[in-house]
Design a protein around this ligand. Sequence first.
Ligand code: FRU
Length: 497
Amino acid sequence: NLEEELYRPNYHFTPKANWMNDPNGMFYYNGVYHLYFQYYPDGNVWGPMHWGHAKSKDLISWEEQPIAIYPDSIGLIFSGGAVVDKNNTSGFGKDGKTPIVAMYTYHNMDGEKAKRLDFQTQAIAYSLDEGQTFEKYTQNPVIKNPGIKDFRDPKVIWDTAREQWVMVLAAGQKIMFYSSKNLKDWKLISEFGDGVGAHGGVWECPDLFPMTIEGTNEQKWVLIVSINPGGPNGGSATQYFIGDFDGKTFKLDATFTKQLKEHNAVWLDYGRDNYAGVTWSNIPEADGRKLFIGWMSNWDYARDVPTETWRSTMTIARELKLKKQDDGYQLVSMPVSELDKYTSKTIRVDSLKVDQNKVIVSSNDVNLSKLRVKLELNNLKDKKYTFLFQNKQGDSLSFGIDNKEKYYFLDRTKSGQVKFSEKFAPKISKVLRDNIAKDITIEVLMDKTSIEVFFNEGETVITELFFPNKPFETLSIQTSDETLLVENIKVEEFQFN
Ligand code: FRU
């Protein structure tokens, strides 16, 4: 079938059939990465939410599993997190089996219809078979609604220093912090969000975790907050905050406060299709990575994208790192290194002299929908540098740097099917820079319907979907800088079975 051939991603997770949104409850246990997701098994648009489930040994090849949590008489199962309760603090453990405890939001439709404010509450469920099936706690909900209409998406972490569970929850345009000793009884400890960051829409799907600043021993806390609408290029997007957490209160870092003064908000991804992303729990200390995945869509048009069998896909799993440079903090993200083992064919071109327009690779050499390209541009001038994917049908997808106007960009306005929603490609997506880009590195992941561009080792990321009429056939670079040398080009084709 044409849709499968043309649009089913080669290496990004999609459910076999029907609707998916946010990633939920990710944890690692006994060699397996678990990914749950907002799922409606009976249709290809959003509907009564379940937690779908997929498993992977390497964060790249996923195997879909039976639905893990079903809605019930209290409500639909909205987003949330899961933890491995090694010390059985919850008491759900039995016969030496370690409980996995999921915390999610109940969304009560009758309450919503009746225009009540308290229709979202927080609940828990536990698994004694390593996340395959869940038993709901009989005394749900564990957190009642205090009269806040948008009150959802609990994400739990183990706070090592204080030996407590900490949970962050989105409430309107704030984040509420809770603590617990047993995952059942929760105490509100603080709130964050008034007057800081982007407030163009409702806050959703927060995450909180400590990170060590690269190259130092200094620890900072990262608070991730998705927001819809109000993203930098329209619709849904994910912002973050850097600060300190003392077990009760999240306090913004002074340098980061300055960054916020200059930029209003700082974004984990500037593209239009990385939303509601959070991190895996229970990653072994010996590994130590912060692993992230996002929903690769946008509420502006998620239900309209031209796939019928399934709708939505996840980003590539990414490793987050925290950097601090002269211009402040950056939460950088790069594809997980597990992706490396899927490269089957490497085409190297050490460097390429560009006079106006040069093809970097074509589909004769490499399949452009399972592609990774890495390259470097040095000594850039105040000109525009455009990388362009094209096919004979006249579809084009481009990205690059405009050093005249000082921005990175991604342009899908002519990338094929765009008219299914007027919100899909009304304009070019841009990331404004404070200064001219001089030397930059670029890494690009291409799949059949997605592009993920990582500038400067993931300091700036742009993730977007596209739906070409036929696969792209060439990748070229265009610029009026006739002395440009594209260096350290590495083109790789992935192989997946
Ligand atoms: C984010 C979100 C969450 C909610 C879920 C419902 O995309 O709106 O806030 O829990 O989707 O499916």
